[in-house]
Design a binder for this molecule. Structure first.
Ligand code: SF4
Length: 282
């Protein structure tokens, strides 16, 4: 079966412009490429495909958390954020109810985001170490952050059907990152569903194990895939994921940028640490 490159994944998204706000880094020069990203982001933020998630994200936005009662919650799906020429793609699970669902930007406004952006800042890929709201001027270089599911789910747990509803948006982003070299999957579910994405496109990817720091080639001319624990509070506050462990992921990602892609379909990691773990939700 033909193994399709990231840039060749067929478009599965019907892109229909609708009015909405987008993240600051989405305001790039109006080229044809920029324009189609804007259209995709408008399509995402207008999506109502999953009734349970639509109800939940909007209910959370109305009731709010006491600490954020003065905020106008975003309460909509959250588009990808970052560098549209990225060589590194980060795949999370879903927005946090009072994080991204409040601020409207990936990993922005909660402890998971603080942990992620401080690591990206140390790695030289983020312009600032914190991320409070979508107008804070944060700029990412060489990395784009996305997720399996764009709506905040109850108990941070989207169903598989909801994830599958949402995956076409991730497919589209992957398709528009022709220089993509490394995917960092945050948590087991992101890891498994990223593999599914490539298998669905015909990549001969076998059974791969999730372990923090494990990295794999997905095949000739396809990106490397790195598995990382998710920077959820349950992982970072228990010490399961430390700043040093997370820093090693980004050092590994940068190191792999200069690696030749493996000629074989799958090459297991030579660098593994830790044990398999779901890693929680944002
Ligand atoms: S989870 Fe994705 S597919 Fe479902 S409503 Fe939200 S944006 Fe749409």
């Amino acid at each position: 079966m033909k193994c399709t490159l990231p840039g060749e994944i067929p478009a599965t998204t019907d892109i229909t412009p609708t009015a909405s706000r987008v993240s600051p880094q989405a305001h790039l020069p109006t080229t044809s490429r920029g324009s189609r990203w804007e259209e995709l982001n408008r399509k995402i933020t207008a999506c109502r495909k999953c009734p349970r998630l639509v109800r939940w994200r909007e209910q959370v936005a109305r009731t709010k958390r006491r600490a954020y009662r003065d905020w106008t919650y975003w309460g909509k799906p959250v588009p990808g954020f970052g560098d549209r020429q990225a060589q590194i793609l980060v795949v999370g699970l879903a927005p946090g109810a009072h994080g991204s669902n409040r601020t409207g930007r990936m990993f922005t406004g909660d402890a998971s985001g603080d942990f992620l952006y401080s690591a990206l800042y140390r790695a030289g890929m983020a312009s600032r170490p914190e991320s409070h709201d979508r107008e804070d001027g944060l700029v990412l270089t060489g990395v784009l952050i996305s997720a399996l599911c764009r709506c905040a789910p109850p108990k941070n747990k989207p169903t598989l059907a909801e994830i599958h509803n949402c995956l076409p948006y991730l497919h589209q982003e992957v398709r528009w990152l022709p220089g993509l070299r490394v995917i960092v999957a945050l948590g087991r579910l992101a890891f498994d569903q990223t593999l599914r994405l490539y298998r669905d496109q015909g990549a001969a990817v076998g059974r791969l194990s999730f372990a923090h720091g494990a990295h794999y080639s997905l095949g000739e001319r396809l990106p490397w895939l790195i598995a990382s624990y998710h920077p959820s509070r349950q992982n970072t506050q228990t010490g399961r994921l430390t700043p040093a462990m997370f820093d090693s992921i980004w050092a590994q990602a940068k190191s792999l940028l200069s690696e030749q892609r493996a000629p074989s379909a799958v090459r297991p990691s030579t660098h593994r640490a830790g044990r398999a773990d779901q890693g929680g939700c944002p």
